[in-house]
Every structure is written in structure tokens, then in C-alpha cells.
Design a protein around this ligand. Structure first.
Ligand code: ZN
Length: 89
């Protein structure tokens, strides 16, 4: 049974919870009781947190690609205003 690390976006509370892999991710913070928990998977596990309680856990899915594409468009990547390009250059 894996241990999941959770982080509360509301009060910055971070804790670990032992859960079956089939369990639903926790949402309500045990400290401030806001539904703002974010489950951490460690590095590079393909979790994207969109800032509004919207999670994508399957990084190969079509919905991820669509969301990522949309995100890029919103960020202006590829345009003259692209911060990504400016930073990498
Ligand atoms: Zn909290």
C-alpha cells in the first residue's frame, strides 16, 4: 500500500497518507478543511495541477494533450511574447 504525499493549496499543510492504490485521492484538508488538497507523486510522474482543482493524472491521454496545447497557446509559446523561449535563450 503506497504512501501518498498531499499538499494543501489553501494553508500549505503537507502530510503523508497511507492509501490503497485504488483509493480516491483525498480532497479535503485535515487542517483547514478546504477541498484544496493536491496529491504529490514525487518528481516526473506526470501530474499537472491546473490551479483550479483540475487534475490530469494520465499524461498520455488525449485530454492531456488538448489541455497542454491549450496551455501553450494561452502562455503564448511560439509567439514573440513567449517567456519560455526568452528563458531558454
Ligand atoms: Zn489546508
Amino acid at each position: 500500500m503506497p504512501t501518498y504525499e498531499y499538499h494543501c493549496e489553501a494553508c500549505e499543510y503537507t502530510f503523508e497518507e497511507l492509501q490503497p492504490i485504488t483509493a480516491e485521492p483525498l480532497r479535503d484538508c485535515p487542517k483547514c478543511h478546504q477541498p484544496r488538497l493536491r496529491r504529490l507523486f514525487g518528481t516526473g510522474a506526470g501530474l499537472i495541477f491546473k490551479g483550479s482543482g483540475f487534475y490530469i493524472t494520465d499524461y498520455r491521454s488525449e485530454s492531456y494533450k488538448a489541455a497542454a496545447k491549450k496551455e501553450l497557446e494561452q502562455a503564448g509559446c511560439g509567439s514573440d511574447n513567449c517567456k519560455c523561449k526568452n528563458e531558454s535563450d
